[in-house]
Design a protein around this ligand. Structure first.
Ligand SMILES: Cc1cc2nc3c(=O)[nH]c(=O)nc-3n(C[C@H](O)[C@H](O)[C@H](O)COP(=O)(O)O)c2cc1C
Length: 188
């Protein structure tokens, strides 16, 4: 079993990365292989809508998204992390989402387990989870839930609350990692 976590914040070592890292650590402690992808290290162009992927089955843009496609295809579960930017996903997250149009057309993500993690100072968390759940649904993925971590400065989520009043941000992220593992075990 393999779980891939993708960190769609441009800020290296930031709150989204901490949340996704905690979720993957929790998954690893259940004996699962994990991979963390940081889009801040990558060059991923937006989809240009050329439509050629409908015929060819591949995206013709030769950039770092090609390695993300490979990681996603190998994964049984994907944890999608984004900061709240104006109560929406980051531009980096939207580029990744749109570039998986080819994956949608060819059913490459269908049946995989998905979860979302959002880092936010104050607002947008619930709205962004809904946006990501819609994306997962369109892709035919199985949604294993999601979590929110509150914090503004780098590292704030280590002390911040989670979306649920009874969880810290870190506890919520860890619960997401374990839930993805359990969901994969149930459906496979
Ligand atoms: C461009 C930009 C837009 C932001 N928009 C919001 C917002 O709408 N609501 C909010 O609560 N926080 C907002 N924030 C704060 C971030 O969501 C917050 O600092 C988050 O922890 C950043 O995660 P990161 O460290 O992974 O980048 C914004 C930050 C930036 C840089």
């Amino acid at each position: 079993m393999k779980i891939v976590g993708i960190v769609c914040s441009p800020r290296k070592g930031g709150n989204t990365e901490i949340l996704v890292g905690e979720a993957l650590d929790a998954a690893r402690s259940e004996g699962v292989e994990t991979e963390l992808i940081r889009v801040a290290d990558m060059n991923i162009a937006p989809c240009d809508g050329c439509g050629s992927c409908a015929k060819t089955g591949v995206c013709r843009i030769e950039d770092d998204m090609q390695s993300v496609y490979r990681s996603f295809e190998e994964a049984d579960g994907i944890i999608f992390g984004t900061p709240s930017y104006f109560s929406n996903v980051s531009a980096q997250a939207k580029a990744v989402i749109d570039r998986t149009y080819v994956s949608l057309l060819h059913g490459k993500l269908r049946g995989k387990v998905a979860a979302a993690l959002v880092a936010t100072r104050r607002i947008g968390g619930g709205q962004i989870l809904s946006i990501l759940y819609s994306y997962f649904t369109v892709q035919g993925m199985m949604i294993a839930g999601g979590g929110i971590g509150y914090g503004r400065k780098k590292g704030d989520v280590r002390e911040g609350p989670g979306g649920s009043p009874v969880f810290t941000a870190i506890e919520e992220a860890q619960a997401v990692g374990r839930r993805v593992v359990k969901t994969i075990q149930k459906v496979s």
